[in-house]
Design a protein around this ligand. Structure first.
Ligand code: B12
Ligand code: SF4
Length: 478
């Protein structure tokens, strides 16, 4: 009898973005909400947040004894997800194991061929309806080949069922937020209880290094402002959420909808903080309402800048110019919103000099926070074919953006990594002086806390060296 469904996150850590807090896995809340509609008992066990390893996971599976276990993965987490499912099978081979998310959606054949024992089903594409229909079919003893959106191994061959259609109305979803242990989730910088929410799905741009527009089939669907703001209010009232990250690819695409969201947030006056990622062009488009962003609670915005080189922006199909990037950062800085962006390094023509030039320009662009990340071609991204001959790392667990995956013509991987660390060092040594002089006390405190976390707990801590660290900490009075 199939009754108990367990949803897991993979035991994977990077000490990169994660260091700023503990982030609830919203995908699992969405999946659980839909599965629950068919009267199953559903649990979410957030291994990533609990920071536990395979042996503890084994103990939990033995104790909970689920009938079906589901886990999600993108490229960096795929190995950890598969190892987890293998462990589940070790506990009880009768437990049905399912894998979803972007990496298995595109690489289902490679994943299934190499892991037939561990994985019973791959759920391809948008997960909610397929997951629910699959567990219903398992409970009813029905033929799973009738369920769209699956890939699985049967009689020595991979069965691929027809594509799952995207959900037409995102307001119809009902995420099971009550299944989280909210005490566990927080954003360190503001010391706030944190939720990751989703106001829309997809993106109609086609940046060549990105997988998100492909996963969502280059379509854009959005929730109604009213439905979204009601959910935010509910999260605050029921679970004490104080800060929400919009996990969307492209929350601001439709100006009318976006302004309505801002107006509603201002009207409700919830006193919450919000953060999101969006496009440079929308920030410029919205220059006349950016003060509303801040008033609504958007304290920190990540803008997709990616490069200081026009040539690379074109190669990435980013559809922005360097002037626009500078302008967007300036506009956000002017209204007191904390700005963050990343610069992708390590394309095949990269040299030590070009990296040094990038860091100089990064300082001129003047974001509050910058990341210097390495070009990481997901095997299903458009850019993959362009750089395939330069790929020198096949271990997917290293596809986390600060490990060299490709080797440029004129730099070794060690040199590349060394330069990445130098970029962080140069950038933050300079920025620290700016932070100290900030007049906006909220922003100053935010930046001081960010830098403290970066110095004390990140992948950079070791690389900066004790002498540099103490010098920086002393300089910042930390
Ligand atoms: C929030 C977030 C985080 C949070 C983690 C939240 C969490 N606990 O899950 C934090 C900030 C910690 C984080 C860290 C990292 N992240 Co992140 N993150 C996101 C972000 C912005 C939103 C995810 C989200 O909530 N989406 C909303 C939900 C509803 O959509 P979804 O997750 O896609 O889920 C749907 C489907 O994918 C599928 N599905 C997903 N999981 C499952 C599971 C099952 C069982 C099934 C059936 C289906 C299924 O069904 C879901 C519903 O339809 C995405 C970008 C994005 N827009 O999605 C990047 C993203 C997932 N992150 C990414 C990366 C690379 C990382 C890091 C490696 C970055 C780094 N250098 O540190 C780390 C890894 C940390 C770790 N330990 O895993 C990449 C992955 C790229 C790729 N193709 O491989 C993304 C896509 C961003 C990008 N650069 O393009 N991340
Ligand atoms: S990087 Fe951003 S704008 Fe570009 S395709 Fe991906 S989600 Fe869309």
């Amino acid at each position: 009898m199939v009754e108990k469904i367990l949803l897991l996150t993979p035991p994977y850590h990077t000490e990169i973005i994660e260091i700023t807090g503990k982030w609830p896995p919203s995908s699992l809340a969405y999946l659980a909400g839909e599965i629950r509609k068919a009267n199953f008992e559903v649990e979410i066990y957030d291994i990533m947040t609990k920071d536990i390893g395979l042996e503890e996971i084994k103990g939990y599976i033995e104790e909970y004894s689920p009938d079906v276990v589901m886990i999600g993965a993108f490229t960096a987490t795929i190995n950890a997800a598969i190892d987890t499912l293998a462990k589940v099978k070790e506990v009880d081979n009768q437990i049905v194991t399912c894998l979803g998310g972007v990496h298995p959606t595109f690489c289902y054949d490679e994943v299934l061929n190499e892991n037939q024992e561990a994985i019973d089903y791959i759920i391809r594409g948008e997960g909610e309806i397929t997951a629910r229909e699959l567990v219903v079919a398992l409970r009813d003893g029905a033929d799973t080949s009738e369920v769209n959106g699956l890939a699985y191994y049967q009689d020595e061959e991979i069965i691929i069922t027809p594509k799952r259609e995207l959900i037409a109305d995102l307001d119809s979803l009902d995420p099971a937020w009550d299944l989280f242990d909210w005490e566990e989730y927080y954003y360190k910088i503001t010391e706030s209880r944190l939720a990751v929410i989703s106001s829309s799905r997809g993106c109609d741009h086609t940046c060549s290094f990105c997988s998100q527009h492909k996963f969502w089939e280059e379509k854009y669907r959005a929730r109604s402002p009213e439905n979204l703001v009601e959910e935010i209010k509910y999260l605050q009232q029921e679970f004490g959420v104080e800060m929400c990250m919009f996990g969307d690819e492209y929350p601001t695409k439709d100006r009318e909808r976006w302004e309505r969201i801002l107006n509603l947030l201002i009207e409700k006056d919830l006193g919450m903080y919000f953060t999101m990622e969006t496009r440079v062009s929308d920030i410029i488009r919205d220059k006349d309402i950016l003060d509303k962003y801040r008033e609504a609670g958007f304290v920190h915005i990540y803008v997709g800048i990616e490069s200081t080189k026009e040539e690379l922006l074109e190669q990435f199909n980013k559809e922005i110019t360097t002037d626009e990037s500078k302008e967007a950062l300036r506009l956000l800085n002017d209204v007191g919103i904390i700005t963050e962006c990343s610069f992708i390094l390590g394309d095949i023509k990269e040299t030590k000099e070009s990296i040094q030039h990038t860091v100089e320009l990064a300082l001129e662009y003047n974001p509050d926070l910058a990341h210097f990340l390495l070009l990481t071609p997901w095997p299903y991204a458009d850019i993959y074919d362009e750089v395939a001959d330069y790929v020198v790392e096949e271990d997917y667990s290293k596809y986390h953006l600060v490990h060299p995956i490709i080797e440029p013509n004129d730099m070794s991987r060690d040199e590349l990594l060394e330069e990445v660390y130098n970029c962080f060092k140069t950038f933050y040594m300079q920025k620290m002086k700016d932070y100290l002089q900030m007049e906006d006390s909220f922003k100053k405190k935010y930046m001081m806390r960010s830098i403290k976390i970066l110095l004390e707990d990140s992948f950079l801590t070791e690389k900066l060296g004790v002498a540099n660290m103490s010098k920086m900490m002393k300089m910042m009075n930390l």
